[in-house]
Design a binder for this molecule. Sequence first.
Ligand code: TYM
Length: 332
Amino acid sequence: KARLYSGMQPSADSLQVGNYIGALLQWRDLQESYDAYFSVVDLHALTQPFDPAEMREKTRRTAAQYIAAGIEPAKSTLYVQSHVTAHAELAWVLGTLTGFGEASRMTQFKDKSQRYGTDGTTVGLFTYPVLMAADILLFQASVVPVGDDQKQHVELTRDLAERFNSRFGETFTVPVPMIQQETARIYDLQNPTAKMSKSAESDAGVLWLLDEPSVSAKKVMRAVTDSEGSVRYDRENKPGVSNLLVIYAALTGRQIPSIEDEYAGRGYGDFKKGLAEVVVSEFGPVRERALALLSDEAELDRVLAANAERAASVADATLDAVYDKIGLLRRR
Ligand code: TYM
């Protein structure tokens, strides 16, 4: 089986529906045909404001949501990034191969550093994509399923792999990004031209997987639409309704035209009520499974430890080969 790698930051108590549709639903299906590795990238999460008292809990909660959404720890390797020390070590080596200008061109860095200002922007935020490259290359992954916001980082990963291979000899598999189609991108319910994000300024437009179902239903009912009144997909002119249609289609596995037909001649109220029901019936069971997993922390930690061991054996072998290739004197 080909190797597949992906990950998510434990940057909030709950994942949002964009992570669920854009990542978890695909991961769940892909784990059947790939040797899949999914990490909770806690080291990456240190690059934005965080509270140490909440980090452990957010990490466990993220892992629990992976499992609750259908990632099976017996089938896939689901682990916490910091449990495998090779990530930080390979990131250092790759950092020495990354051009300053090259890293400066990463658009996510440009966006985030603008938001944080000169004093809030750290070197860690700058080298974030290098750590992501280390994640992927350690596992010799050939496929990396991500949203299109991460595509540039996977391209940097490819460049670094090729550069390393040509300078030091064949070592890394050069991965390809597997980008979900445009319709897998989910936008903020209150501001439907901005990507839905765990770090959104306002909570009103974000659908959290672990929210009380009634809270999610309310957010759907209050989602921004338009004054036309017809349920029809038109990303350009009707971003709000189009976003709701995408969420509806993704959660039910239906095609958008069939949903448009169902709501033809009916108002947005009916449509939103329908979507609210879909959201509640989809998220309700995921939420319950996640909360059940979180009620037994010892068992969850045990699963994560066993998976980390599996991950470390793959990652350590790659790091060993890298240290050999670049000529470091090894401790015998
Ligand atoms: P993160 O934590 O920002 O997001 C995790 C995944 O969710 C996707 N996503 C979305 N998809 C659709 N609509 C949205 N509104 C939406 N918001 C987020 C993201 O594209 C991503 O696939 N750098 C990565 C984490 C990472 C990683 C890796 C990924 C670290 N190492 C190695 C792949 C391979 C990140 O910040 O994802």
